[in-house]
Design a protein around this ligand. Structure first.
Ligand code: ATP
Length: 304
């Protein structure tokens, strides 16, 4: 009997998300600057007679446990490519908010690819896993890669970026999720009739990442989906204001939201901003986490 394989996978924050026009395939043209941060899901693959998903941790009441789960789809894709049955028990220990704009489902898909590859001995290379990841969804390759990267196309065409040092963040988790398609639909509604410039990466932002200068990065953070997320969830404005008043250098909505991200000067400031957000009553909970962190990696299995 093969031993279980556990993979730890980070969440992402888009430090820049520039949304362009709608492509013929219906996806928006994106430029996305991803940073992997220290909020994690763990995916454990164990031998089983059939494909089965279980989940514990954050927001698990909103995680589908059938074959639509992104981790199940990842296992099925890898198995199909190697002509084997996708018989595996995947356990998801969730620490990334569900439908929170931090790509939790995509992280689980990335983790499932790596964990099943280890369990089944299918021997897919890192590049092989990255190309399967891109087939599964725009946000799946980045959690495999980790670190920081510039994403083009639908966000899946990745170029690694250098970041000096570590950036300290606080993430405020909201009650309930925001469906990504609804946020894009609201984005299109708000932008109707306006000219759509081609998305481009901010040289100021890339320079601040290279030098690891949080004060220079703060004014360069941007998310084109923020207005749409705020339009659908106006109470997020109070969360953003509470974090800024508590001393965050900058505040922004994570991807399609509703999680909000706060860049801080250092770890001590992150602890203070986290406490102030918790006390403000404007969010469900708040967590300090730093980045960049490495992408999906196998860790020692801890039996539940
Ligand atoms: P993104 O940032 O990539 O837009 P997100 O972080 O907003 O995504 P996810 O946590 O990936 O959102 O979940 C989006 C939806 O996907 C959920 O509402 C859920 O129904 C479904 N889903 C499928 N598989 C998973 C999974 N393994 N974990 C969480 N949600 C999943």
């Amino acid at each position: 009997m093969r031993k279980p394989v556990t993979v730890r996978v980070p969440a992402k924050v888009n430090v820049q998300l520039a949304v362009g026009g709608v492509r013929p395939d219906g996806f928006h043209e994106l430029v996305s600057v991803f940073l992997a941060v220290g909020l994690y899901d763990e995916v454990t693959a164990t031998p089983a007679d059939t494909l089965r998903i279980t989940a514990t941790g954050l927001d698990t009441d909103r995680v589908p446990l059938g074959r639509t789960n992104l981790a199940a789809r990842a296992a099925q894709l890898l198995a199909a490519r190697h002509g084997i049955a996708p018989d595996v028990h995947l356990h998801l220990a969730k620490g990334i908010p569900v439908a929170g704009g931090m790509a939790g489902g995509s992280a689980d898909a990335a983790g499932a690819l790596m964990a099943c590859n280890g369990l089944w001995g299918t021997g897919a290379s890192r590049d092989g896993l990255l190309s399967l990841a891109a087939e599964l969804g725009s946000d799946v390759p980045f959690p495999l890669a980790g670190g920081a990267a510039l994403g083009r196309g639908r966000g899946e065409l990745l170029t690694p970026l250098e970041v000096s040092g570590t950036l300290c963040w606080v993430f405020a988790l909201a009650d309930g999720g925001l469906p990504t398609p609804a946020v894009y639909a609201e984005f299109d509604r708000l932008r109707e009739g306006q000219a759509v410039p081609a998305p481009r990466a901010s040289p100021l932002l890339l320079g601040a990442l290279r030098t690891g200068d949080a004060a220079a990065l703060a004014p360069a953070l941007s998310n084109d989906l923020q207005a749409a997320a705020l339009s659908l969830r106006p109470c997020l404005a109070a969360t953003l204001a509470a974090g800024t008043a508590a001393g965050a250098l900058a505040a922004l909505v994570c991807g399609s939201g509703p999680t909000t991200a706060f860049l801080t000067r250092d770890a001590a400031s992150a602890t203070a901003v986290c406490a102030a957000l918790l006390a403000s009553g404007t969010c469900c909970t708040a967590r300090a986490a730093s980045g960049p962190v490495p992408g999906a990696h196998i860790v020692a299995h801890r039996p539940a």
